[in-house]
Design a protein around this ligand. Sequence first.
Ligand SMILES: NC(=O)c1ccc[n+]([C@@H]2O[C@H](COP(=O)([O-])OP(=O)(O)OC[C@H]3O[C@@H](n4cnc5c(N)ncnc54)[C@H](OP(=O)(O)O)[C@@H]3O)[C@@H](O)[C@H]2O)c1
Length: 384
Amino acid sequence: MKPCSIAILGSTGSIGLNALKVVDQHPQRFRVKALSAYNNFQLLESQIKNYKPAHVAVGPQGLAHFKSTGMKGVKFYPIENCAQIASLKEVDTVVLAMRGTSALMPFLEALRAGKTVAPANKEALVIAGDLIMSEARRHKARIIPIDSEQSAIFQCLDGQKLKPVLVHLTASGGPLREVRSKDFKRMRPKDILRHPRWKMGPKITVDSATLMNKGFEVIEAKHLFNLEYNQIKVLVHPEAIIHSMVEFTDGSLLAQLGITDMRLPIQYALTYPERLPTGLKRLDLTQLGSLNFEEPDLKRFPCLGLAFEAARRAGTLPAVLNAADEEVVEKFLHGKIDFLSIYKVVEKVVLRHKIIKNPSLQDILQADHWARQEARNILEKLCH
Ligand SMILES: NC(=O)c1ccc[n+]([C@@H]2O[C@H](COP(=O)([O-])OP(=O)(O)OC[C@H]3O[C@@H](n4cnc5c(N)ncnc54)[C@H](OP(=O)(O)O)[C@@H]3O)[C@@H](O)[C@H]2O)c1
């Protein structure tokens, strides 16, 4: 079989590293044609030596470094031109493992070039899901999600062949599930960054603590599977063994179960519809004991309610929610604001926004810019 040529955008992050481990597991199946990273050019350099991509996009510091040292056979691009390497002729599949809205243009360009896109990144779908899905349809390009919940839904629906009446999006409950609400104010980044089930990048781990991450996944699922927002139920499932479920009109439920290791959904996206061994330990059902489920507590985790509202009202609101959250979480991670301020600031920005319905790309980018500025203005007064 001809190897699949892949571009991994965000190769130095948690998802990017796991994607490269999948490549290591099946070296005969993949050729790494392109990589990108932002700051961590030392790690990127060792990846270039290992995987020999011909195209690499990197942030300004890395670009200056590689320009001075040079690397034979590699073409370097400024990170802003990442979309160019997502649409290269020699690439079959693009793994979107970069964080933030910077994934939007590479996502769109890859689809326009007819590539298969495997997004772990959720921000792009949150802010511009309608545009992305319409480009995918127009160019007959495939999207096979990596995000574990979306992958679970995709697997239960056998790709996109079946139509569910409901999707049960499971949530582990995050690092604060067992913390008393009155202690939330005291939570520092180091407390939050100890996620009980998943080892992920810092931004998504904070979003898991507020449950904003689950809210983003509701919006993501709505677009990926063409659902109404009220067809998506969030279900807290602390063991994180069931990665999501779909319910059909006859009341039957299908679930996807697995260990909590992102290599599983990454490999599935890269080998779909084939399944190959992962080399990971297998799920031992006899060791599980019991599986528990509970309703999410929207009073304790109001960011989830805010995201439901953004999913319902749509237009430019999800972009505003995402941009404000990105600004605010950054400040929290730098110890500038307390945990409870995350919701307060994001909510203020969301309430001030005048929604544009059926937005163009330009409207979305403007809303993103506006929300960041609003959040910064509010944060300036708050920051210690
Ligand atoms: N981690 C998980 O288990 C998980 C699960 C589901 C979904 N996701 C989603 O996957 C995405 C990546 O998450 P992660 O946890 O892997 O993040 P991460 O560990 O923070 O890695 C982010 C990657 O993006 C690069 N990057 C950062 N800022 C960038 C910019 N402005 N332009 C281009 N590249 C940039 C980073 O480069 P440097 O390292 O050089 O800075 C790094 O390679 C996020 O959207 C997240 O929500 C992650």
